[in-house]
Design a protein around this ligand. Structure first.
Ligand code: PMP
Length: 435
């Protein structure tokens, strides 16, 4: 235990509460963390939806070590290093058809900002500079920078921070725990909610709208699986009106839903796609935006000596991140992890839905290896009940994640049946004890 806990201002954490009884992780291996008391803690959330291949995988560790000794940094503006190109080529082998260009960032939030700017600039380069409006969705989470919280739809993440980006609207979310309660896989009802986009077009005119951004599966607001037909309907409306469709796949990318990307699982291809997290298995910060060839080609039309897209980060395509990502892709490939969720999903779904009927469980949702268990909120104390379940599970040696009063699960894709049983049994016990 460190002697002093004062200086570190922790993100997205109740600092005062945490510092009274800190939870410290000091090691990790495979499906487990080790805490500062030497306990093994089973990881049901892949760190923070990112450690898809499990913790401390040797190929990734070695790739980072080797890279650090070889080339620590290379400026990414007007310069490059070979692994950046190699990684982009490897990524487009996996990406949905036509998304063949990759722009590197350092996080999910930065990927979102990049995609929003790319969308607006794309229209401008095409001579449609009036297309600047962005459409997000209620309950959307797109990181914490100003663009992301503007298109995002979580009131708590917005209300402290003054004026949001102008010209942003939101379509409705798809959460319907009445008609779709306890759906296994994609819920049956709600495709028509995509028609909200037509209302935006009727209100603003398509000629002012640049892009729509949605998470194919909204993770941070409680694991909301898209209703059958919903994403296709969004795609059709975008096509009809020349609006770009952005999928934020920061959580769903890299095998979470059973295919490399959720776009492939749901059979709907966006124009731009943001990723991070599983790209490097969480080992080094890195994000990326995939763009359709037609978008890249549009930017490439100006005079050759000009910079086509005035945007980028000091650490874009950082050598350590590229090495970590290459080691990660090797690990995914060797172990078949990018489709493993499709093999495990029926076992996972059955285990998850066995919690139906446990105290306060009002809905369960799942796809691939991601699941949500929604609890009835304590009157006047939203999120408290789920947090109590989190604390109980931590005591029993299982790390879960809660968001509001939903327990969100996304175990590393190496998860075995015995781990799933252990996680679900622990949550079941916690639900009963907390009740
Ligand atoms: N988009 C989505 C869909 C996310 O889930 C997250 C993080 N959970 C982000 C963006 C932001 O990513 P980061 O925390 O790496 O900035």
């Amino acid at each position: 235990m460190p002697q002093k806990l004062d200086a570190y201002w922790m993100p997205f954490t109740a600092n005062r509460q945490f510092k009274k009884s800190p939870r410290l992780l000091t090691g990790a291996d495979g499906m487990y963390f080790t805490d500062d008391k030497g306990r093994q803690v089973l990881d049901s959330i892949a760190g923070l939806w990112c450690v898809n291949a499990g913790h401390n995988r040797p190929r990734i560790v070695q790739a980072i070590q080797k890279q650090a000794a070889e080339l620590d940094f290379a400026p990414p503006f007007q310069m490059a290093h070979p692994k950046a190109f190699e990684l982009a080529e490897r990524l487009v082998e996996l990406s949905p058809a036509g998304l063949n260009k990759v722009f590197f960032t350092n996080s999910g939030s930065e990927s979102v900002e990049t995609a929003l700017k790319m969308a607006i600039a794309y229209h401008r380069v095409r001579g449609e500079g009036a297309r600047t409006r962005l459409i997000g969705r209620e309950r959307g989470y797109h990181g914490v920078n100003f663009g992301g919280i503007s298109v995002g739809g979580i009131v708590g993440n917005r209300k402290m921070f003054g004026t949001m980006l102008g010209g942003v609207d939101h379509i409705r979310h798809t959460h319907d725990p009445v008609r779709n309660a306890f759906s296994v896989g994609q819920p049956a009802y709600g495709a028509e909610l995509a028609d909200d986009l037509e209302r935006m077009v009727a209100l603003h005119d398509a000629s002012t709208i640049a892009a729509v951004i949605v998470e194919p599966v909204a993770g941070s607001t409680g694991v909301l699986i898209p209703p059958q037909g919903y994403l296709q309907r969004l795609r059709d409306i975008c096509d009809k009106h020349g609006i770009l469709l952005i999928f934020d796949e920061v959580i769903t990318g890299f095998g979470r839903t059973g295919q490399p990307f959720a776009a492939q699982t749901f059979g709907v291809t966006p124009d731009l796609m943001t990723v991070a997290k599983g790209l490097t298995n969480g080992a080094v910060p890195m994000g990326a935006v995939f763009a359709k060839d037609s978008i890249y080609d549009t930017f490439m039309q100006g005079p050759e000596h000009l910079i086509e897209f005035l945007h980028g980060y000091t650490y874009s395509a950082h050598p350590l991140a590229c090495a970590a990502a290459l080691g990660t892709l090797d690990t995914y490939k060797e172990e078949g992890l990018l489709t493993r969720a499709s093999e495990m999903q029926s076992y996972f779904a059955e285990a998850l839905h066995s919690l139906k009927g446990e105290p306060q469980v009002i809905d369960i949702r799942n796809i691939g290896l991601v699941g949500g268990i929604e609890l009835a909120s304590l009157p006047g104390e939203p999120a408290k009940r789920a947090f109590n379940v989190f604390l109980d599970c931590w005591d029993k040696g299982v790390l879960i994640r809660t968001t509001g009063d939903t327990i969100a699960m996304s175990p590393p894709l190496i998860v075995e049946r015995t781990h799933i049983d252990h996680i679900i049994d622990t949550v079941r016990g916690a639900l009963r004890r907390v009740a």
